[in-house]
Design a protein around this ligand. Structure first.
Ligand code: MF3
Ligand code: CO
Ligand code: CO
Length: 263
């Protein structure tokens, strides 16, 4: 088997793109539903319970559960946790924490994937700046998606902004193609590595920059999932699933009321 063939991104038909739109709309609604429960004193397990109730009521499943052995239905990454934080009754949120909630529901066999970093109570000025810049990085990455452009343009736009603001960009985790599978080609680095594959109509993938206050380096805890900054400083992340259509870039993981200002 020619491995180069397997690495080609799948291009979706317009009817399959409609199926992805539904899964991604569900992901956006689910994310904000779960975030509505954030307050000092609740645990990240409480958030997982809310997520499971929401998907179960609708007959949806959760991509993370049992994915290569992952034990919960969402990821909850607090403060120095970069990504893949496992919800736990031992992790109680307190005033001033930042937390990324990452949800990936499966709707009729299609995966949506979105995350945001939220404040618990009142953030420190440093945490506020990191989280704001990280959301800006996602927007810059999305704005860099153009017909005839390349995958590498995305990471370049993200890294230029993060570095100009004095932050670093995680390299150990990347965005990814998504559809009937959770993670597919192409890989979407959030830093500049190479110009990479051409962006084409029908491609659907995530952009999910993880931006750090200090070092870009990460390590994984003994639970085999939780990735943390090696210096213990803060990390933030925002994620959208996007599609390339005739009209350009479409952000799929928005709620009905939202539009996407590409500023
Ligand atoms: N939602 C994550 C992503 O954005 C993946 C989580 S995989 C898990 O790609 F197994 F950790 F849940
Ligand atoms: Co993702
Ligand atoms: Co995700």
């Amino acid at each position: 088997m020619d491995s180069r063939i397997e690495e080609l991104p799948e291009l979706l038909s317009s009817s399959d793109l409609d199926r992805m739109r539904r899964a991604c709309r569900a992901a956006a609604d689910m994310l904000w539903h779960v975030a509505g429960y954030l307050k000092p004193g609740i645990t990240t397990q409480d958030l997982d319970d809310v997520a499971v109730a929401w998907t179960t009521e609708r007959g949806y499943k959760n991509g993370p559960l049992n994915y290569y052995g992952y034990p919960r239905s969402i990821c909850t990454s607090v403060n120095e946790v970069v990504c893949h934080g496992i919800p736990s009754p031992k992790v109680k949120l307190k005033d001033g924490d930042i937390i990324n909630i990452d949800v990936s529901p499966i709707v009729d066999g299609w995966f949506g994937d979105t995350s945001r970093t939220f404040f618990v109570g009142t953030p420190s000025p440093a945490a506020k700046k990191l989280v704001e810049v990280t959301e800006q990085c996602l927007k810059k990455g999305i704005a860099a998606v153009k017909h005839g452009g390349r995958i590498g343009d995305i990471g370049k736009a993200i890294a230029d902004h993060a570095h100009a603001q004095g932050f670093s960009v995680v390299e150990d985790f990347v965005g990814h193609g998504i559809g009937r599978k959770f993670h597919m080609p192409p890989q979407v680095p959030h830093y500049f590595k190479e110009r990479g594959a051409r962006l084409e109509k029908g491609m659907v993938f995530t952009i999910e920059p993880m931006i750090n206050e200090g070092t870009y380096r990460t390590r994984t805890l003994k639970d085999k999932w939780t990735a943390v900054t090696t210096d213990g400083k803060l990390s933030a992340q925002f994620e959208h699933t996007i599609a390339i259509t005739d009209k350009g870039v479409e952000v799929l993981t928005l709620r009905e009321s939202e539009t996407y200002p590409l500023a």
